[in-house]
Design a protein around this ligand. Sequence first.
Ligand code: KG4
Ligand code: ZN
Length: 337
Amino acid sequence: MGILRILGIESSCDETAASVVEDGVNILSSVVSSQVNVHHPYGGVVPELASRKHIEMIVPVVSESLFTAGIDGAQVDAVAVAQGPGLVGALLVGFCFAKAYAFASDIPWIGVDHLKGHINSVFLESPSPEFPFIALLASGGHTAIYHVTSHLHAECMGRTRDDAAGEAFDKVAKMLGLGYPGGMVISQLAEKGEPRAIKFPRPFLDKKEFDFSFSGLKSAVNRYIQTHSETYQDQIADIAAAFQASVVDVLVYKALRAAMEKKCRHVALVGGVAANQRLRDQMRESAKREGIKVFTPSIELCGDNAAMIAAAGYYYLKDPGRLADGFDADVYSRAKK
Ligand code: KG4
Ligand code: ZN
C-alpha cells in the first residue's frame, strides 16, 4: 500500500482542530482554532458554548487544513477523530462530522482515544522514543503515568485522584485573578518570582504509588492568599513560582521513578502542561543524571491538536486486530481504564 493520508479531527474540549498527516508522521497541515475568548469571561470551559462554537468552526477548520495541505477532499484516504474522553456535546460535533465525511467520501474512519493521541504526539517529530517507554501525560483534564508498550497499548501506572495538573494551574490563576487558562500566565509570572520564597506542599511525593493529588496544593495556595490578604498582591510572582515548583517537582519525581521501576531509558512528556518550560528543563536535567532520555513534542503539539489524533489513527488503522469503525460507534466522556 502507498502513502496513507489521514484527516484528523479533534473537538473534545475547547479547541476545534483538523490536520492532514501522512503515514502517521508527516504533518501536511495542523489547524487549531481555540475557543479561549469564548470561555475567558467565565473562568473555565462552558460545555454548551463549546459545542456551539465547534459547530460554527468545524467546516472552516477542516477546509483550511485541506487547503494548507494542498489537497482536495478526494485525496483523503481515511478519517481519524477523537472519540473520548472529553465533553460529550463537544466530542459529538467532530465525531458526527467525521462519520458524515467518511460516508460521503466512502473511506474508512476510526475513533481515537484522545489520551492515546497525546501519547502518539511524540512520534510526529524525530527523534522519537523506543518502546517500552514511560509517558507522563499532564493536561487540563488528565494527569497520569503510562507504561507504553506499543502505539496502541499503554498501562496506566497512576493517575490523579482529584485535580489534573493543568486544572490546578487554571484554578490557582483564577484565585490570583489572572484569568483563564492559567498555565501560560502562571509560568510567565513564575519567571520573575523566587520558587523558594514560599514552601507549598509536594503532595504524594513520599507515597510509593504513582498517583497524584493536586487539590491539597491548590487549597494551600488558597490558604496562603487568605492569610496574607493584605500583602499577597506584592508576592504574586513568588506564589506562582513556588506553586509551579511544587507541581513540577512531583511530576518529575514520579515520572522518573516509574521509568526506573520499569527499567525504561526513555520518558515522553506530553499534554498541555508539557509546554511548561520549567517542567521540560527540570525533567531533562534530572533524567540526565539517571541516564534517561526525555522526549517532548514542540509546544504546538503539546496542547490539543488534530495531528496527534491523525497520528494515533494511523496506528489504529494499521492494526490488523482493529477494523475501521461502523456508523453505530459513539463517543465516551470518561477515560478508559
Ligand atoms: O492538552 P490540553 O490542551 O487540553 C486538555 O486535554 O486538557 O491542556 C490544557 C492545559 C490547561 O490546563 C493549561 O492551563 C495547561 O494545559 N497549560 C500549561 C501551560 N500551557 C498550557 N500549564 C502549565 N504551563 C504551561 N506553560
Ligand atoms: Zn488533551
